[in-house]
Design a protein around this ligand. Structure first.
Ligand code: OFO
Length: 171
């Protein structure tokens, strides 16, 4: 059982993960409209992964005998000034998500909810990867900024990203 304070916080993070999925889907649409289908593919895969992050919270809340409360998902930004601005936004967003996860861990410790703390460690590790990927993409897009050939190659590279669902034990 999780207490009401944890239940509320876990539901908020469930919503935040769906917001991340919305945000990345919005970025995918931006890239589609700007004739960068590889970039769009990268963001579509990212959006699917964010849905997995959300469903992992959903499953955990239910397993702990608490109530899932789905609420309105805020509409994300739909326009950016450049590819570079999108990638800067991705990194900033992932750093923000890391801060949300860290706050949740702090709360679980404060509430002496060791099971939830343990559950959240998956997200702590995931955020290391998320920030690393975002930094990597940003560095590549910086290189491509004034070089159409690099941009073309990068678009092809991003086209190869494939969605892999979470393993059943991680869902
Ligand atoms: Fe991008 O890691 Fe979840 O939100």
């Amino acid at each position: 059982m999780v207490n009401e304070i944890m239940e509320k916080a876990l539901n908020e993070q469930l919503n935040a993960e769906f917001y991340s999925a919305y945000l990345y889907l919005s970025m995918a649409a931006y890239f589609k409209n700007n004739n960068l289908p590889g970039f769009a593919n990268y963001m579509e895969v990212q959006a699917k992964e964010e849905q997995d992050h959300a469903i992992k919270f959903y499953n955990y809340i239910i397993r702990r005998g608490a109530k899932v409360t789905l609420t309105t998902i805020e509409g994300p930004k739909t326009e950016w000034d450049s590819n570079l601005e999108v990638m800067e936004h991705v990194l900033k967003h992932e750093q923000y998500v890391t801060s949300l996860i860290n706050d949740l861990v702090d709360l679980a410790i404060e509430q002496k909810d060791h099971a939830t703390n343990n559950f959240l460690q998956w997200y702590v590790n995931e955020q290391v990867e998320e920030e690393e990927n975002a930094m990597d993409c940003l560095a590549k897009v910086r290189l491509a900024k004034d070089n159409p050939q690099v941009l073309y190659d990068l678009n092809n590279e991003f086209a190869t990203r494939v969605y892999t669902p979470l393993a059943p034990e991680d869902q």
